[in-house]
Write a protein that binds this ligand. Sequence first.
Ligand code: TZP
Ligand code: MG
Length: 223
Amino acid sequence: MIGPEVDSFARCRLYAILDLGYVEFLDAPAVAEELVRGGADLIQLRGKNQTITELARLAEKLHCLTSAAGVPLVINDYPEIARDVPVEGLHLGQDDLAIAAAREIVRRDCWIGKSTHSLDQAIAAAAEGADYIGFGPLFATPTKPDCQPIGTGEIGRVHELVQLPIFCIGGIKLHNLPDILAAGAKRVVIVSGLLQSADIAVATRTAKQQLEQNQKSEISNQK
Ligand code: TZP
Ligand code: MG
């Protein structure tokens, strides 16, 4: 049970989260435009302090602009929003609904991703039917303060064991992205590293270029 345009999803390398802890609610569409302009492959709407009604309304607005740009939009936490707004994906955490239960609510093609914080959780998410996983937090991060960092040591292993798109997450910035890629990451989520930069589009483009360069080296190493 996979969402729309699976192949285009597999190509996604840079996953930006538009986190309303960093962005004013009314500024969210303009920030989404900057992320799109910088080349984000995927955008998630995450709002921990907004009501479901507020988030649904914003998701609708964001989806108009992301879909016009061909960038998939993912909603965090709320299967009901994924049911009512034609977003491309839903993201669930370890404490959210099980994937099968969320699919029962959404009842249409929609990617479902899951946050994982260990190898065991990554393997379990694949068995549960996730379409992609987040893996982290690699480093301690104020964006998710209650989650223990897991470091970069298991990035290689998770890619061996889990045959899904794996997005490393947590404390990733432009300055440490090369080390994270060297540790075996292929796809990343960046939140504050983009949203707090002086120029969001430029920071996004810089991260995207590093990821593309890494992908090219991967391909030429395979030849
Ligand atoms: N899940 C694990 S870490 C994290 C989430 C949502 C936040 C990552 O944010 P940042 O600002 O890129 O460290
Ligand atoms: Mg959640």
